[in-house]
Design a protein around this ligand. Structure first.
Ligand code: GLC
Length: 562
């Protein structure tokens, strides 16, 4: 049966940065509502909104203190209702970011649990007692340090937090927690949202806490096998999703499986006993990457993440692997970045051929079989902004770096982090050349001096990246590109070539992902029609000659091998 999300094209909105309607420097739902026509015109049919529930905003909304209301920074429930209604009128779907692994420490459940070991909510969270003031084990938090934080008053008592210490993990082994989270999610499904992005769901099951993770390092270490992708994740997830699908069988579930490769993604989307799990998976392993050869010595010394680029030698195999692993269950998700990664233009664009490289990369990625997810501003070619202060990164591990560095080193590290860290990819959307680029009349929450290209400028230019994305996504809506079969063709490294075909129609996509000129020939396609080209492509002696970062898309009313 066809579901709306079989043809989904998703636009990810970081609401804090999209449009500020009340001039407090923070984007909000009313601002998003005002910009729905812009999103619609892009050719997408779904919007994933990062968390907007009531939250102390320790981790920009991923620390929820009330799941049944909207954070006042973002607006009110009335605005959320209006947003869902208007999106539906425009034939667009709303996907909410749903945080289920942890809550805020300000959530009433945790506040009650803190009061006494006898609290009815004590077992909603994960507690351990130790002797001698030692942490229960050496497992490390993704946000630095141990996963264990001390109870503020009970001696030798610790609670578990995989992320910030103000985000205690829920105890999914407790059936009451599972039921409570189902109730929360039901509330939103009944309200009419069309999908949920399940934040960090691969962590909801934990191993036996009474063991260290083997490591030669002293102190806390990242211990994924202890708290990621354990068998009970599927058990808990299935129960959760089944209950929601009883209310809305068409509910789209996009799971965030940070460390999932193709096999795990298949596991989390596989139909099991007649009940599907997730409909799509997003992960950090969607594209093969290699370390840049010239690494920054200071960054390496400080153990900052290395700079990476697309691994062109691995790319074809990686694409085939994702396509084939998910062929029986769902579709791959197609994206370059999100709010947890550097922006596409910064990570993968070629500064010498910037616009052309972005058009060719988008062609390579989004015409494959799968569901595109466009991170807001990608369609303008936005780059990570330069942040000039350590505190601006809003990350304790970055703030802690400052004191270790001389003035010159500080400048170098700030520049390095501006290209690799997630926060510089969360900048206000630049709409026009009015004050603060039309985002807000107030100083935006993320202070940056970087001048960015605006929507208004790109609207004017028929060859702009924005107008290119509009054409590309409209093409993607055609049956052939939405549902057609996918077939990768062999080609020299750096040249990515594939076909799509459906009901006697077919298309060929040839993309040159390098700074070199390359030639390509394929006898099945010499008489086909050109849909579009990027850069410079010429046909001579039955060969296409593609200048650096150029691409061509062809179509014909027959199958290539006939
Ligand atoms: C996910 C989110 C990330 C957040 C974390 C904790 O990975 O994408 O932004 O910090 O979960 O909720």
């Amino acid at each position: 049966m066809q579901q709306w999300y079989d043809n989904a094209i998703i636009y990810q909105v970081y609401p804090r940065s999209f449009q500020d309607s009340n001039n407090d420097g923070l984007g909000d739902l009313e601002g998003l509502l005002q910009r729905l026509d812009y999103i619609k015109k892009l050719g997408v049919n779904a919007i994933w909104i990062n968390p907007v529930f009531t939250s102390p905003q320790v981790d920009n909304g991923y620390d929820v203190s009330n799941y049944f209301n909207i954070d006042p920074h973002f607006g009110s429930m009335a605005t959320m209702n209006a947003l869902i209604k208007r999106a539906h009128e425009l034939d667009m779907h709303i996907i909410l970011d749903f945080v289920l692994n942890h809550t805020s420490d300000q959530h009433p459940w945790f506040q009650d649990a803190l009061k006494s070991p006898k609290s009815l909510f004590r077992d909603y969270y994960i507690w351990e007692q130790t002797k001698n003031g030692q942490v229960p084990n050496n497992w490390g938090s993704f946000f630095g340090g141990s996963v264990w934080a001390k109870h503020p008053s009970e001696k030798n008592t610790y609670y578990f937090h995989l992320f910030d210490q103000h985000m205690p993990d829920l105890n999914w082994a407790n059936p009451e927690v599972r039921q409570a989270m189902i109730e929360v999610a039901k509330y939103w499904v009944e309200k009419g949202v069309d999908g949920l992005r399940l934040d960090a769901f691969i962590h909801i099951a934990k191993a036996n806490l009474h063991q260290d993770f083997p490591s030669s390092e002293k102190g806390a270490v990242i211990a994924e096998p202890m708290y990621a992708n354990l068998p009970n994740v599927v058990t808990y997830l299935q129960e959760f999703i089944n209950e929601l699908r009883k209310i809305n069988p068409d509910l789209f579930i996009l799971g965030e499986g940070a460390s999932a490769g193709p096999e795990l993604a298949a596991l989390y989307t596989r139909s099991n006993r007649g009940n599907a799990l997730c409909d799509g998976i997003v992960s950090f392993r969607n594209l093969p990457k290699e370390r840049l050869a010239d690494q920054d010595a200071l960054a390496m010394k400080l153990k900052l993440p290395a700079k990476e680029k697309l691994d062109l030698a691995q790319l074809p195999e990686s694409i085939v692997h994702w396509q084939t692993s998910l062929a029986q269950t769902t579709q791959p998700t197609l994206y370059f970045s999100n709010h947890d990664m550097p922006r596409m233009a910064t990570a993968y664009g070629d500064s010498e051929y910037l616009e052309r490289s972005l058009k060719t990369l988008a062609t390579m990625q989004y015409l494959q079989k799968g569901v595109p997810i466009i991170y807001y501003g990608e369609e303008l070619g936005l780059q990570n902004v330069e942040l000039e202060r350590f505190t601006a990164f809003q990350d304790q591990t970055v703030t802690a770096l400052k004191t270790q560095l001389s003035g010159r080193e500080q400048t170098a590290v700030l520049h390095y982090l501006s290209q690799t860290h997630k926060t510089p990819a969360r900048q206000p959307m630049p709409w026009d050349d009015t004050v603060n680029q039309g985002f807000s009349e107030h100083e935006p929450w993320l202070r940056t001096a970087t001048k960015q290209v605006t929507v208004a400028e790109e609207e004017e230019d028929p060859d702009s990246l924005l107008n290119f994305y509009r054409q590309l996504l409209h093409l993607k809506q055609q049956e052939l590109f939405a549902n057609g079969e996918f077939r990768l063709l062999t080609a020299p490294t750096g040249l990515l070539v594939y076909e799509r075909y459906l009901a006697g129609k077919s298309a060929l996509i040839v993309t040159n992902l390098t700074r070199e000129s390359v030639s390509y020939s394929n006898d099945d396609w010499t008489n086909a029609d050109i849909i579009y080209t990027v850069g410079q492509v010429t046909l001579a002696d039955n060969q296409w000659h593609l200048a650096p970062w150029s691409s061509i898309v062809l179509k014909q009313d027959q199958l290539p091998w006939l």
